[in-house]
Design a protein around this ligand. Structure first.
Ligand code: FEH
Ligand code: ZN
Ligand code: ZN
Length: 344
């Protein structure tokens, strides 16, 4: 089978590899769709620092169809369509037992973060995963379902931790970075809150997508502060979600925040926000750094999507286009989420 693998620092290629066989408690999925994430670009460049064992197959945002089940998997059968909860942990601690592998205290024995992040993932014709990680997705279009497994789940988990800040009638949420994750966050804020949503990005196609998904106001980095002041009567936003976390957005975010507001840093751009008193963050601020989400939250995201409440924008490509898609994502040419569909 084909697999788009990271073979060394900055080196990835489409390889022909043996088709994996599911062991006890595992299934093999024919991959229907695998999303391409900005984190894949970071992993490609920084794999030595991350310490992931090489080679491995990319793809941590996976929708597939069960092709074969290993021993002891009564709950799934060939033909079932599913999405994969891909973050991995030790598999023994309380958090792993609750499906919160994204916050496992000990980490996976291999040093991997997830399927597609140190373990073989879904940018391939097939992938073997634990059946316990699967959430049924039948009825959802595979590219849409795949996006829920990372962009959807990460945004949902990020919003969930700040719902208390968004409960007021006049709540305002800012989404900085309307990319693969940020555009889904606009849908999730629309679905789960009554907050006014202000979307900030540097690209007009991204701001147009935000408006399509229901953002109330849109702004560029330069006009963001003025737009937020106008939306909040000068008070500032109750929650600012930074999906880019570049230094330019890290510099802007604190100035958009209301006293007692949440700054939620979701992106991994590495931008620095000094947390000092006195400093740029207003009194009562909380800074959160959410990471991915739990298996139960993934089931909640799929349920919202089934109700038609989580529209997402995807651009689909064949598996062999993976190198070109990585380049286009790096160049800022993807609007919404790029998804590889191996069966095409
Ligand atoms: C993966 C690895 C490291 C940082 C962030 C991520 C996310 O893309 C997972 O949702
Ligand atoms: Zn990701
Ligand atoms: Zn654990």
């Amino acid at each position: 089978m084909r697999a788009f693998r990271l073979t060394g620092p900055g080196t990835a290629r489409l390889d022909e590899v043996a088709t994996p066989v599911p062991g006890p408690g595992q299934v093999r999925l024919d991959v229907l769709a695998a999303g391409v994430c900005r984190s894949d670009l970071a992993v490609l460049e920084r794999v030595e620092a991350l310490g992931y064992p090489l080679p491995f197959t990319f793809g941590h945002e996976i929708c597939g169809r069960v092709a074969a089940v290993g021993p002891g998997v009564p709950e799934f059968a060939p033909g079932d369509e599913v999405v994969v909860h891909a973050p991995v942990g030790c598999g023994r601690c309380d958090r792993c037992a609750r499906g919160e592998t994204n916050y496992c205290d000990d980490g996976h024995e291999s040093g991997a973060t997830g399927f597609g992040l140190g373990l073989d993932g879904g940018m391939a014709d097939a992938v073997v995963v634990d059946a316990a990680r699967l959430v049924p997705s039948a009825g959802l279009e595979p590219a849409h379902a795949a996006v829920l497994a990372d962009a959807g789940l990460t945004s949902y988990h990020a919003v969930a931790g700040s719902l208390s800040r968004l409960a007021g009638e006049d709540a305002v949420a800012v989404v900085i970075g309307v990319g693969g994750l940020g555009h889904v966050a606009v849908s999730i804020l629309r679905a789960r809150t009554r907050a006014t949503v202000v979307a900030v990005d540097i690209r007009e196609p991204a701001l147009e997508l935000a408006r399509t998904l229901g953002a109330d106001r849109t702004a560029t980095l330069g006009s963001g502060a003025g737009e937020v002041r106008a939306a909040t009567g000068g008070r500032g936003a109750d929650v600012v979600f930074d999906f880019a976390a570049a230094q330019s957005t890290a510099d802007l975010a604190p100035s958009l925040l209301r006293k007692g507001g949440d700054l939620v840093i979701v992106g991994s751009g590495g931008g620095v926000v000094p947390v000092t008193k006195p400093g740029s963050l207003p009194a009562g601020s909380r800074v959160r750094l959410p990471f991915w989400g739990s298996r139960d939250e993934l089931a909640e995201v799929v349920a919202l999507a089934r109700e038609g409440l989580l529209p997402v924008r995807t651009e689909e490509f064949g598996l062999a286009a993976a190198p070109e898609v990585f380049d286009r994502l790096r160049a800022g040419e993807i609007v919404g989420r790029a998804v590889l569909t191996p069966v095409r």
